[in-house]
Design a protein around this ligand. Structure first.
Ligand SMILES: Cc1ncc(COP(=O)(O)O)c(C=O)c1O
Length: 403
């Protein structure tokens, strides 16, 4: 019997033998290659992050150049570096908070935990000591550190770890009246609401019309902060630089990761509104949080090159084109009665196949397309450079796997 290897994989059964995993040995553009030579369309942009596609020399070269002069140095007081400063300014300039501040980390989970801590400390400093509750939404995914685990609206991910962070309240993801009831009852104690504008890992759930606006209104009325977790949505995925812009709602804090570097090196962070930034900038206040690799110069060089590529290749707009082609394919499958419904925006979509998606996911992989299965849905979130032909191959594989 095959035994597990030394490596423990995330979100896996540790008993699964290493030989049962698919060994990816190369990737170019939107195409992956495994160690048998089999090729796949990367229909998930790895894990919702590879906006510009794989193997881009522009990013590799920028990182290499940076590493020739300064590979790494920390940005704890009193140190800084040019790339960290430039990346922060560039990221803010694309966001709905161009005059805001940017705090950096490595993973989405670090960004989420930082945002939760910043929301809490802002309330403490305002003298709102009782405001500790964070409102989360069903289906929300916010990473796997203790803060993000507590903020998750995916119940199995919260179970079995013992006590989580206290003071989280869950609201249904699609009903603003329910959120209003929670605010009516607990408004004086609510520090913040955390929400993905389009929920990703929970199954791709775009917001109901007016929902995000409703959250904004409730937060403003009750002096709570609105945190948009744009770890998946950011950097073009929804057809704007940030989903806050797609849906026309300005939060107080935005978390980002993934698409900021297209995953070439780890980088994440929190964009902090001008107003909150001003509060934190009060002389004498010391922000006692941060990470060894906050502002890592090589990661920041990757971010700058990646953002410049997204800009120069028009990939933000291209997300809408990918969406259009995807929807054309889905509509054809709907007309033939092969799928029941679909949902999404820009270049992030889910299709409901009406039954458990495990088998279809495996079949699609055999046919050379990597997608994700969430319950009865199949998720498609490709690199923004995916070609029309590759979208058509995805639709064909979907059709074949369901027939
Ligand atoms: C919305 C959202 N927030 C946070 C995270 C956590 O990011 P990471 O896995 O980099 O810690 C994810 C990861 O998928 C995510 O989708």
């Amino acid at each position: 019997m095959a035994v597990p290897g030394t490596l423990i994989h995330p979100f896996s059964e540790p008993s699964k033998p290493e030989t049962d995993f698919i060994n990816i040995v190369g990737a170019q553009g939107s195409v992956l290659t495994d160690d048998t030579g089999k090729q796949y369309i990367d229909g998930m942009a790895s894990l919702w992050y590879c906006q510009v596609g794989h193997g881009r020399a522009e990013i590799i070269d920028a990182v290499t150049e940076q590493m020739k002069t300064l590979v790494t140095y920390n940005t704890f007081d009193p140190f800084t570096n040019d790339r960290a400063r430039e990346a922060a300014a560039l990221i803010a300039s694309k966001s709905p908070m161009p005059d805001g501040r940017v705090f950096l980390g490595c993973s989405g989970s670090e960004a989420v935990d930082s945002a939760l801590k910043i929301a809490r400390i802002v309330q403490q400093r305002r003298g709102n000591g009782a405001k500790q509750i964070i409102v989360r939404r069903t289906h929300g995914y916010h990473g796997t550190n203790f803060g993000g685990t507590s903020a998750q609206g995916i119940e199995p991910n919260r179970e079995g770890w013992g006590d989580l962070v206290p003071h989280f309240i869950e609201v249904p993801n699609d009903n603003i009246e329910e959120a209003a009831k929670v605010f009516a009852e607990h408004g004086d104690n609510i520090a913040a609401v955390i929400s993905e504008p389009v929920q990703g890992a929970g199954g791709v759930w775009p917001p109901e019309d007016g929902y995000l606006q409703g959250l904004r209104r409730l937060c403003t009325q009750h002096d709570a902060l609105l945190i948009f977790d744009e770890v998946i949505c950011g950097f073009g995925r929804t057809g704007s630089w940030f989903a806050s812009q797609t849906f026309g709602v300005k939060p107080d804090l935005i978390t980002f990761a993934k698409g900021v570097t297209s995953g070439y090196l780890p980088l994440s962070g929190v964009i902090i509104s001008e107003e909150i930034g001003a509060e934190l900038s009060e002389p004498g206040f010391l922000l006692r949080t941060g990470y060894t690799y906050s502002g890592h110069p090589a990661s920041c060089a990757a971010a700058i090159a990646n953002i410049n590529l997204i800009e120069s290749e028009g990939l933000v707009e291209r997300a809408n084109h990918v969406g259009k082609k995807t929807v054309e394919g889905f509509d054809a499958l709907m007309a033939d009665g092969i799928i029941k419904s679909y949902r999404g925006v820009g270049a992030i979509w889910a299709v409901d196949i009406g039954h458990d998606s495990t088998e279809a996911k495996q079949k699609m992989r055999e046919l050379g397309v990597v997608i994700r299965g969430v319950g009865t849905s199949i998720v498609w979130c490709p690199p923004l450079i995916v070609t029309d032909g590759q979208v058509a191959m995805f639709i064909e594989a979907l059709e074949k796997s369901l027939n």
